[in-house]
Design a protein around this ligand. Sequence first.
Ligand SMILES: *Cc1c(COP(=O)(O)O)cnc(C)c1O
Length: 392
Amino acid sequence: MVKQVKQTFEDRIRVELKQRAEQQLIRFRRVATGPQAPMQQVDGKQVLSFCSNDYLGLANHPLVCQAVVKSVADYGVGSGAAHLVNGHSHAHHELEEQLAEFVGRERALLFSTGYMANIGVVTALLKRNDEIFEDKLNHASLIDAGRYSAANFSRYQHADLEQLAQQLEKSAAHNKLVLSDAIFSMDGDIAELDRLAALSQKNDAWLMVDDAHGFGVLGQTGAGTIEKFGLNQQQVPVFMATLGKAIGVSGAFVAGSNDLIEYLIQYARTYVYTTAMPPAFAAAASVSLRVIQQEAWRREHLQDLINYFRQGAADLALDLMPSATAIQPILVGDAERALALSNALWEKNILVTAIRSPTVPKGTARLRVTLSAAHSIEHVNQLLEVLAMHKA
Ligand SMILES: *Cc1c(COP(=O)(O)O)cnc(C)c1O
């Protein structure tokens, strides 16, 4: 037997941390001491923030906060158990019914996080001899879901539906699932859901869409990217979105047929074997959904800010990506430069995080600017002024 040199956990940790540091890829946390808002208290100073996923400014909305307070008075804080034990409250149940109606599906099921929803659905649905097809730029939770499932896992180049068509046609898999972000989280572009749906149907595949960044923001009523494309339950059998971004709370849901939801209740392990989210979060999300339905101005104002920012950035010849959404990355390329730029903005009291590998491919480091309905045109002007001073 060949004796292998063993690397202890301590050695491994030290070596890998050192590598990350040498490549300028160490991540760190800034500490916020106040709510999500354009003017945020972070690491002891007031900064103008452009990196929240609170796209509609609801994370600290008075009615949403009140809903939490009232719910805590009714239910206390902890749900106490998993949904299938005794943790499933009326607040959870009502929210599920409200969500199903809002997105035009038969039924909806709450999960404690979007990451867990994706892992749970994919690992429950796919078996050996099935195949899953994913866009290479899908969110990490979708990629991980594909990896953890027992099925074969194929990835196609970003937005390359020709390649997907070829993969689908040559697949001999028993059941096929096409899985895509609706809005790609680091680039901000919108998937061609109509073509994805047609291609899936043509190849007897199911389409699952993760609308974490579109739900609440896009569509006539705010029901998201799937509403924007007008796709029904046959076209998108598995509708997934989160409640922690535009909804301003926490958690996620999957919506679809009665049978799909019943199946997930029985078989999705990340649903069955975890504590239900606090009922207060469900109550808050319910109120937030109502605000979204009643206040279309939030979506409209956000769209105005997006157009305004893109025009201003184009005037500065910044390298924007082809995004029509609240995610407006400025491509920098080199990780070290992206970090330096983010630090320079920080010195001017503007918070925009640098996104680097492995979150995005090497050589495509970027400043991920996100806009919110809580921003004003004046806020965007401040950002553009500072960017004008620092563009290299
Ligand atoms: C944020 C996000 C998730 C994860 O949702 P959490 O509720 O934060 O776990 C899943 N998919 C996409 C596309 C996301 O952007």
